[in-house]
Ligand binder design. Structure first.
Ligand code: ATP
Length: 465
């Protein structure tokens, strides 16, 4: 039986603010939960949507050379035979014979002997190292009681079809990429795209991870934002470099992550996936250490060639201008939305001592990703202040998600918005009724200024759109 995951204590503050403020709840909570599943609450859902919108903007709308797609989660099982997932999408698994805990052998070796300790090791070699190390089980502490390492396929199986006779075993997709490859021909024949160009999509993927852990970093159900960029063989190196830089700039300049919390890690030769010619991961410095956020892989012509072989369809590209026909090469930037979410919350999280001796927790989200853009408060719940505040709310609502709050002391309302990461708050007070202006308070500096109600829209449009 799988053991209940314990949350890494390094993520304690992040998990706590996410639960307390309605970003992330444990999945199926009223039924005692389901391990490693999470539901995103109102602010979490807003943050996820903002990240998806931002990614789509920069990877589809602002790129003349990329189009979008939305393919099925359920695909013909031959897709996964062709892609190599049925035979190769495995992680090495060991069990503790004493407490029956299931452990991912390569990650376990890295925990014991340091980063890279399992790189390139065969199952046999891993078994030798584990035996020689006489390591303790991380759950029960018993030494040397592990089974031999064996391959464990990460794909979730399910049954497709209503009756027992005509049902078929199929898989939930473990990546969105294959849905793109099998539609390559459709996109070419129904649009005017010419190589080089990319197809991007956002969607859920499923992997039966042996050790799902570290909050939303590694879950069995997650969302990916992937793009397959098709190019002429021989040009893939340039495109690979282009996309690694483009992805990094997206994270720093548009999502607003701190440069010092990001690094690029090139895969060693022995570490490369069977289909990859080169891979670089953009890693983020999470509370528990560096972890993969974005994988950028040069996938060669492997996938399209395999689908040609298994489907019998001609998936070559006809370059009319150069009079050439070839199977395109592919560069793939593959980003996990939930890992991006965790990076964004971790990066934004701060605890500050204020001049009055109090401590405030603040999420310093970039305005573009913040779940609430502006909090709007009437100073008192009477004398026409709520009506004026609500009319401001209506007038500004096209700028994004706003929040109206009339309950409690103003200071408490500011603190609440600080913890949600709202970049601006507006307070409507008695002077507002006379001078038609309001107080605007900025989250990070906590500075306040009076702004006329008539100019609020243009004042904020510059800052949050
Ligand atoms: P890892 O080595 O951490 O298992 P991976 O190399 O198998 O990741 P990819 O197959 O490259 O991951 O998937 C692309 C992206 O999808 C990853 O960079 C990550 O952001 C995300 N991702 C992969 N597996 C998970 C998971 N179990 N939970 C959440 N996100 C995931």
């Amino acid at each position: 039986m799988e053991k209940k995951e314990t949350l890494d204590s390094s993520l304690k503050d992040i998990v706590s603010v996410c639960k307390r403020r309605g970003f992330v709840y444990p999945g199926s909570e009223i039924y005692g939960g389901l391990s490693n599943t999470f539901d995103y609450g109102p602010y979490g859902a807003e943050l996820l949507h903002n990240l998806k919108r931002l990614w789509w903007k920069h990877f589809v709308h602002l790129r003349e050379d990329v189009v979008g797609l939305d393919s099925s989660i359920l695909l013909n099982p031959k897709v996964w035979e062709a892609s190599g997932h049925v035979s190769n999408f495995n992680d090495p698994l060991i069990d503790c014979k004493n407490c029956k805990t299931r452990i991912r052998a390569d990650k376990f070796l890295e925990d014991q002997k340091g980063e890279g300790a399992a790189t390139g090791l065969t199952l046999e070699k891993m078994n030798e190292v584990i035996k020689a190390g006489n390591f303790a089980c991380p759950n029960c502490g018993n030494r040397g009681t592990f089974t031999e390492a064996r391959d464990f396929n990460l794909m979730f199986k399910t049954s497709h079809g209503a009756s027992a006779e005509d049902s078929q075993d199929i898989y939930l997709r473990p990546e969105t990429a294959q849905g793109i490859f099998i539609n390559f021909k459709n996109v070419i024949s129904t649009t005017r795209n010419k190589i080089p160009f990319g197809i991007a999509q956002i969607g859920k993927s499923f992997r039966n991870e042996i050790m799902a852990r570290q909050f939303v970093f590694r879950t069995r159900e997650f969302e990916q934002m992937e793009m397959e960029f098709f190019c002429e063989p021989g040009t893939q190196k340039e495109w690979f470099t282009h996309w690694v830089n483009y992805c990094l700039t997206f994270l720093t300049d548009h999502v607003g992550l701190k440069k010092e919390n990001l690094k690029i890690r090139e895969h060693e030769k022995e570490e490369l996936s069977f289909y990859s010619e080169a891979t670089s991961d953009i890693e983020y410095k999470y509370g528990f250490g560096w972890g993969e956020l974005w994988g950028i892989a040069s996938r060669t012509d492997y996938d399209l060639s395999q689908h040609e072989k298994f489907s019998g369809e001609d998936l070559k590209y006809q370059d009319q201008a150069a009079n050439k026909k070839y199977v395109p090469y592919v560069v793939e930037p593959a980003l996990g939305l939930n890992r991006l979410f965790l990076a964004v919350v971790s990066d934004a999280y701060a605890e500050e001592k204020l001049p009055d001796g109090e401590t405030r927790t603040v999420l310093r989200f970039a305005p573009q990703v913040a779940p609430v853009k502006i909090g709007i408060f009437p100073l008192m719940k009477k004398d026409g202040l709520p009506e004026l505040a609500k009319s401001i709310y209506t007038n500004l609502s096209s700028l994004g998600n706003l929040e109206y709050d009339e309950g409690g002391a103003i200071g408490k309302r500011y603190r609440r918005q600080d913890e949600i990461g709202t970049p601006y708050c507006i307070t409507v007070d008695y002077d507002s009724l006379k001078d038609n202006s309001v107080t605007v308070r900025e989250r990070d500096s906590m500075s306040q200024e009076r702004i006329s109600i008539d100019s609020l829209k243009s004042y904020f449009a510059d800052k949050i759109l």
